[in-house]
Design a protein around this ligand. Sequence first.
Ligand code: DX5
Ligand code: ZN
Length: 223
Amino acid sequence: MKHLVAPSLLAADFTRLGEAVEFVNNSKADWLHIDVMDGSFVPNISYGFSVLDAIKPICRKPLDVHLMIVHPENYIERFRESGAFGITVHAEACAHLHSTIQEIRKSGAQAGVAINPSTPVMMLEDVLEDLDLVLVMSVNPGFGGQKFIYRSLHKIRQLKEMIIKRNLQVKIEVDGGIGLQNAEAILQAGADVLVAGSSIFKSDNPEEYIGRLKSIGVDTILV
Ligand code: DX5
Ligand code: ZN
């Protein structure tokens, strides 16, 4: 499968969110990545339902909602109503991860689980079969514009191996510090979806930048 690109709205100009969504609509991007932060699970607060409700009617790309919040299980239905196509919760934030995944599934959204840089992929051993997506954080969550943690490549490879061995269709999304300088290595390691915020929105030509991320060709993955 050809890889997907998901620009992160967090790096857009917040005084012109409508224009940013329209730009993504007309670009080669596949999804729009929405980072929800609560100031508790992560040391930053971003945006929530009101922004999603405003975006929902104008966004033509699937909304990929990344919840960096405690007790995400309390808000699954609400995020679905706000237009989420996929809902990703953090393994570290869920005391009952298996049941939260079932809740996401029941809502009709694609189910994703994110893991922080310090969380081993083995954490997913017993839930992998129930997932549509695993999000490997390649920075510590909370802020855009951070440096990619290269150890993540090893985790992506491990995860890809687990997925292939079990013959699953789970996508690997990678998030944080991604740009043209490292995208090929990340895809080579086994990523299916690249999230990119600053590298796209701060580039001189964001449209062309997305096109370049999309057109990276990768040889067969070696496991
Ligand atoms: C970080 C967020 C990321 C962030 C990526 O906590 O989950 O999605 O927006 O931004 P860049 O691409 O700037 O690292
Ligand atoms: Zn994110």
